[in-house]
Design a protein. Structure first.
Length: 59
């Protein structure tokens, strides 16, 4: 799961802000995957929440 999130974040950075339904579907799928995975519910909720926030490259 974390590998998929990292890959999508890298892709988002390289292409700039991707808008539209495709972007929303990707983010929603990541959030749902985060929620249904195994582990601590707090970490799953945090992962789902963070999947909807834009990723900013650190400088």
């Amino acid at each position: 799961m974390q590998e998929m999130v990292a890959m999508l974040r890298r892709r988002s950075r390289s292409k700039g802000k991707k808008m539209g339904q495709e972007y929303a579907r990707e983010r929603f799928a990541i959030a749902m995957s985060s929620l249904v995975s195994l582990g601590d519910i707090r970490k799953r909720l945090e992962g789902a929440y963070m999947s909807f926030h834009p990723v900013q490259a650190s400088t």
